[in-house]
Write a protein that binds this ligand. Sequence first.
Ligand code: SAH
Length: 343
Amino acid sequence: MTQIDILSLGYDELLEELLLMGEPKFRAKQIFSWLHEKKVTSFSEMTTLSLQLREKLKEKFCLNRLKIVKRLASSIDDTVKYLYQLPDGNYVETVWMEYHHGVSVCLSTQVGCRMGCKFCASTIAGFVRNLTTGEILLQIYEAERDMGKNIDSIVLMGIGEPLDNYDNVISFLKILSNPEGRGMSLRHVTLSTCGIVPRIYELAKDAAGITLSISLHSSSDDNRSEIMPINRRYNISELLEAANSFFKETGRRITFEYAVIEDVNSAEKDAAKLAGILKGMQCHVNLIPINPIAERSFHGSRKTAKKFMDALSNYGINATVRRTLGSDIEAACGQLRRNAIEK
Ligand code: SAH
């Protein structure tokens, strides 16, 4: 019999399994808290359960871990980048970032990515598989164990497209926010998407408290389609309509990510056009100086990003250049994993 991955079970699914085993309802509460609040790494640590039940659980379920294969700590600030090995041997990356207002982690949601954005390292070697709900959670739990403290907020901005692994991401959010476990408010979670439009409408219903961050990167369809193939499926006006609807439904202001790339999207006319399409929207623009990746010739700089920010402010658009953390370890997202595969 294959074992059930217990960390991937939502509260109700866990309850159902336990009832099938003939256990009383309150066991679900106890076990869920051991798993997601106390974050035990084995069933034997669940000391409020009888030895016999712990044995039964060990047979029926598996309680996975991720292996830290690389841990790069910045010497400039407190950023730590983890390369994890998953139970099946695949790799993902997670970044631990300390701000004055607390600790934030950047999580991966897939092994590889199939969205094909031209400037992104995560997509070059293609898509392997979705992460399970448990694997998304474990990126937090392993880092917290390693650092000896808990995180305060989460950004789903690592490897993969979170809305392309929709069900597991939603079940991750449900476990995270369940008061029987960690009870984290979704206000502390930001999800970044390249723009899978129908999922944005669903997200507004399934995870209303979340902050939505949209990777826009261009204000004209021709240009955006060239660097982000998803735009051929869902164009800018459809994307902005979904963004507006998300704001209307949830009251949460949208963030637009814009990687500033020399000779691609950073001219004065690009700022004017961007300001035009965002006019009147409740949003914030987060400018990222493009992180060059070895396989492509895109380049940019903080200076260009600042200039673009000033141009946007002249048009009344609220924009900031993203702070750089861990610049000494900042291989563009996805590159640690790529280097590991190559070896
Ligand atoms: N798939 C999701 C989340 C992962 S990428 C998304 O597309 O939003 C997180 C952010 O980093 C996105 O805004 C993405 O476009 C951006 N990004 C990817 N590669 C980059 C690079 N080389 N330089 C700067 N930003 C990059």
